[in-house]
Design a protein around this ligand. Sequence first.
Ligand code: BEZ
Length: 180
Amino acid sequence: MHGSGSDNDGDRAWVFGYGSLIYKVDFPVLERSAATLNGWKRRFWQASHDHRGTPDAPGRVVTLVPEPGAACRGMAYRVDRDVFDHLDHREKNGYGRHRVRLALDTGYEIDSLLYVAESDNPAWLGPAPVAAMADQIAGARGPSGRNADYLLHLADALRDLDDHDPHVFELEEAVRRVLA
Ligand code: BEZ
C-alpha cells in the first residue's frame, strides 16, 4: 500500500497527529510511523472549551498554520474509516479535516488526513504574548484534565520524536515558571 497513488482506500486512511493524537491513541491502529508535514507550523492558537478548559475559562490547544519552509513532526496512523467518527467527535470544537501529503520516517510519501482549526472558526484565539498564553494554559482545566498537562505531555512527546519546536518549548518553560 505504501508508495501507491493515494495510500487511502475506501475502508482505510492515514491520519496525522501533531497534538494530543501523538500521545493519546484511544483508537485501533493498523500501522503507524513518525512523520513530517512540510509547509505547516504548530501553534497554541485554538481555544478549548470542552476538553482542556470551560466556556468561562477556555484553555489553549494546538492547530496548524500554513508557513512556507516550516516542518511539523508528528505521528501518522493508518486506521479504519470508522475511527474518523470517533475522532470527529473527540476533536469537534472548530476543527475540520484536511488532506495533505506526508513524509513518513519509513521513507514513503503518503496522502493523509489531519484536523485543522482555521482562523474563521468561533474558537480561534490566534497569537498572544508568551506570558499571556502561559498564564491562560497554567490556569485552565476541563473535563479532559489540566491544560498544562496537555502542553507538558506534548513537549515530552516531541522530544521523543527529536522535534525541536521552539513555540512549544518556550511555552513549556513559561508554564513551568507559572506553576512553580
Ligand atoms: C492532533 O493531535 O493531531 C490533533 C490536534 C487538534 C485537533 C485534532 C487532532
